[in-house]
Write a protein that binds this ligand. Structure first.
Ligand code: CA
Length: 235
């Protein structure tokens, strides 16, 4: 990923949970500020720029809902809400208040890190300037018109195939796992759908005239997933 250190604010009054999460995030290379209540959270948020916020809903003093709303009033920063087990209403409230995701306690710190990473990636992609047309040698993508051309001929892609192609080609050379592609392209994350990605890839390759044995564009990374290569850059 990028060499830039991401700054994360964690708001949690339970010291043990907070320090476990802090330790995990620091090990992942994040720069972490941990605070124990909402007042300190808003103070820290006002004083520094953060790339992500992990916010416990159940806080002493200023409630997590209020903290979330105040942050949302001034920022689009990704927020992950921590909620009590089974508190369905709390979760819904959290998402209504503008949180991007939530985790139910007790949660696995590894899952938290994975969700945070996915959110940060999405946030970054959304802020990048949009080009209307990109070219990778014989492959041309008209992003404004949602059209794809190979050797000057239009390839008729389904919505999922188009999303798959634009996702992969956004970062040539980057390897995407099937699971990641399921999440990005199909919009949900369920293990059984990894095979669906394989069949979308198969159809996409057929439409692009891409031979899996000698791919021009979409390369299989065995045991992991796929990556896109621009024929121009590869030369
Ligand atoms: Ca709490």
């Amino acid at each position: 990923m990028t060499g830039q250190t991401r700054r994360i604010l964690i708001v949690e009054d339970e010291a043990q949970t907070r320090s476990v999460v802090e330790a995990y995030l620091e090990r992942e290379g994040y720069w972490v500020t941990g605070v124990g209540n909402g007042e300190q959270a808003l103070e820290a948020f006002g004083a520094h720029t953060y790339d992500g916020v992990i916010l416990d809903l159940n806080l002493p003093g200023l409630p997590g809902e209020v903290v979330c709303r105040r942050i949302r009033d001034v920022s689009d920063v990704p927020i992950i809400m921590l909620t009590a087990k089974g508190a369905e209403e709390e979760r819904i409230a959290g998402l209504d208040l503008g949180a991007d995701d939530y985790l139910v306690k007790p949660f696995s710190p590894r899952e938290l890190v994975a969700r945070l990473r996915a959110l940060l990636r999405r946030a970054k992609a959304e802020t990048e300037p949009q080009r209307s047309r990109v070219e990778y040698g014989p492959l041309e993508i008209d992003l404004a018109g949602h059209k794809v051309f190979v050797d000057g001929e239009e390839a008729e892609l389904t919505a999922s195939e188009y999303k798959l192609l634009t996702t992969l080609s956004r970062y040539p050379g980057r390897v995407y796992s099937r699971m990641e592609l399921v999440e990005k392209v199909l919009g949900y994350d369920f293990e059984g759908y990894e095979r669906a990605i394989d069949s979308h890839i198969k159809n996409l390759r057929a439409k692009l005239g891409d031979d899996p044995k000698e791919p021009r564009f979409i390369h299989t990374v065995f045991g992991v997933g796929y990556r896109f290569e621009s024929p121009v850059e590869a030369q």
